[in-house]
Ligand binder design. Sequence first.
Ligand code: NAD
Length: 366
Amino acid sequence: MRTLKNILVTGGAGFIGSNFIHYLFEKDSNFNYRIINIDALNYAGNLMNLNDVEEKWGGKRYFFVKGDICDAVLVHDLFNKYDIDTVVHFAAESHVDRSILGPGDFIKTNVMGTYTLLDAARNYWKISDSSMETGVLFHHISTDEVYGSLGETGYFTETTPYDPRSPYSATKAASDHLVMAYNHTYRLPVTISNCSNNYGPYQFPEKLIPLMILNILEGKPLPVYGDGKNIRDWIYVEDHCRAIVDILIRGERGCKYNIGGENEWENINLLYLLIDITAKKAGIDPVAVKNTITYVCDRPGHDRRYAIDSSQIKKELGWKPLVDFQTGLEKTVEWYLCNLDWINSIRNGEYRKWIAKNYTERETVI
Ligand SMILES: NC(=O)c1ccc[n+]([C@@H]2O[C@H](COP(=O)([O-])OP(=O)(O)OC[C@H]3O[C@@H](n4cnc5c(N)ncnc54)[C@H](O)[C@@H]3O)[C@@H](O)[C@H]2O)c1
């Protein structure tokens, strides 16, 4: 069992990172450590996700730094200043469609950024052969997309060969390889988790579930790629966060863990369920909403099916997903219905103006 002291969370203002920070502050009964959140606040990073944490814990147990994980000096300073013993690395360019339009930012953040963090950890922790037994750990958050696409049967296991097929998944695969290479070559204590599609509060509305919820509420067409039969495994974000904590505390160094919701859905069937839930909560006619479904030209290279075998983390760490899909979707729809201000401030640019006024481009930590 590891004891956590000073956790560097990267990308903590994004969707999963901010849920993770909330999870630590609200649900981890062992919480007595400090969290240092570095985030560049790109279009998907949103400090409003953490307003309550900042108010209650800011400057005491929680420290936010606006900065780029590719900035080696800044990252090194953070390790020094906060005596970092644990890294939980979420920061990434994360949207497949954007990676198809322009892979450059993905290569920079997902590959170079991960390298910068690994090197800072290696230098600060002064890794030696005995370090595997010391308290430090670099945990890398990755995706099931590194494994490629499945046919109608089968599951991704931790030993499935990598076969990334989009610029996004290729950069995530590259970062996974770098993490493992630092373990094998320099003995850096690392773990990796490869998770399936997450959903829940604070997800930027370019991703399938929040995009569809908002389009349903606003009476806009519901665009579905190709024949709508691509299959994804969906997990409620809190179940993912709990799995990460289990790995931080009890995970074996040098190991990868697959995390999935055991919850496969064709996109079109997911959309029917989401329409029923959203329409009911918002008092809209679901039949009329279903008529707005519009099939659009498929995403280039669109992977057909992802499905995760989570038996290793279940067996070794006793983790399992707890939130069923109906319940998780209901909570998610409710969150968006109750947080339309969050959506509006992203859309009308108020939030960007506030960031520009309150944060310099490179926040120094010395
Ligand atoms: N969303 C999913 O379904 C899913 C599934 C499996 C794995 N993942 C992985 O989980 C991680 C988080 O995903 P997410 O959905 O929360 O993404 P997100 O896009 O919502 O958040 C990413 C965060 O990283 C920050 N960031 C981007 N570039 C940065 C840089 N150069 N320096 C510092 N911060 C930077 C952004 O500002 C943002 O806050 C990613 O590594 C992603 O690959 C996501």
